[in-house]
Ligand binder design. Structure first.
Ligand code: GRG
Length: 309
């Protein structure tokens, strides 16, 4: 079941209710995954909670849950380690947003519809908040009871690599260095695969590994994530030039102003749309071997292609 028409016929209403349910589950777990706002020093814990609990689509944690479902539908939600892993990827993602918004990086004052961390708490606390979220994520993962095929060391190692200087940070460095320079599409792809796709692939792999995926199942969700991750960032690039700041909850039109490395800047809007569409189809076809258990993953990919924020 891979055609987009077939996926939609399975009920978009069902998907909205599913996403809402998963979001609530994740929000509740996130609220418990960090020290209380009253823990001393109060500022850092209030700042952690401000950024993490202040909205966001929760795409990555929902992908952790949906990947586990695609492997072991019956047990996915009751796997005790699945929510800690879902929270860990959201904490790493939020850390990267806080640091990305700093004046020395993208210098932004709006995130998730609210003032950015450094605007509220100052730059020093914002840097430390990112650091605290990243380290807290590893503490959460360290508490996981792993499945038979994938020991904890593998989960920790994969997370460290995805968040490290060869993936997430590599993408950010290449992005910074690309500002104002004329790039080829391969260079933009290099950045997007690392800055965005790496964390999406990690989310899917953590979910699948915690559900004890077979090597074939793990390969399928990885290929799905690689294509989806790139499509997701291309759509992000398109939205930056087509939507308002209010619609996005972050500053729109910034990529163009800062001469950022984006798909629309290099190949134009129409070709970017076609590429996002092609990659979404590629992502869907990677799910073929997983059967109907992967319907949610397919629906999420389809919805992301048509998203407006
Ligand atoms: C180590 C100083 C230092 C900085 C690291 C790694 C890094 C900073 C930044 C990562 C780069 C980054 C922010 C990539 C953008 C990826 C992306 C599309 C983010 C937006 O994701 P959404 O749309 O956001 O899922 P929400 O708010 O919905 O969670």
């Amino acid at each position: 079941m891979t055609s987009r028409k077939a996926i939609r016929s399975q009920g978009v209403d069902g998907l909205s209710a599913y996403l809402e349910k998963q979001r609530k589950l994740v929000e509740k777990a996130l609220a418990k995954a960090m020290p209380a706002a009253s823990a001393r020093p109060i500022t850092i814990h209030a700042a952690m909670r401000y950024s993490v609990l202040g909205g966001g689509k929760r795409l990555r944690p929902i992908l952790v849950l949906a990947a586990a479902e695609a492997v072991d539908f019956e047990r996915a939600e009751n796997l005790p380690s699945i929510l800690p892993a879902a929270c860990a990827v959201e904490l790493i993602h939020t850390y990267s947003l806080i640091h990305d918004d700093l004046p020395c990086m993208d210098n932004d004052d709006l995130r998730r519809g609210r003032p950015t961390s450094h605007k509220v708490y100052g730059e020093g606390v914002a840097i430390l908040t990112g650091d605290a979220l990243l380290t807290r994520a590893f503490a959460l993962l360290a508490e996981i009871t792993p499945a038979k095929r994938y020991p904890l060391s593998i989960l920790l190692q994969e997370t460290a690599v995805a968040a490290g200087s060869l993936q997430l940070i590599a993408g950010q460095v290449a992005d910074l260095e690309a500002e104002g320079r004329k790039l080829k599409i391969a260079d933009v792809r290099f950045i997007h695969e690392r800055k965005t796709a790496a964390m999406i692939v990690l989310s899917l792999r953590l979910g699948a590994m915690i559900a004890n995926a077979t090597p074939g199942q793990l390969k399928a969700v990885t290929q799905f994530g690689e294509a989806l991750g790139l499509a997701f960032q291309i759509i992000d690039d398109i939205l930056d030039v087509t939507q308002s700041s209010q619609q996005l909850g972050k500053s729109a039109g910034k990529d163009l102003k800062a001469s950022k490395a984006t798909y629309p800047a290099v190949i134009g809007l129409e070709a970017s749309r076609k590429e996002a569409d092609r990659l979404t189809k590629k992502a869907l076809s990677a799910l073929k071997g997983l059967g109907s258990k992967s319907t949610r993953l397919a629906q999420i990919a389809d919805q992301l292609l048509g998203r407006s924020s």
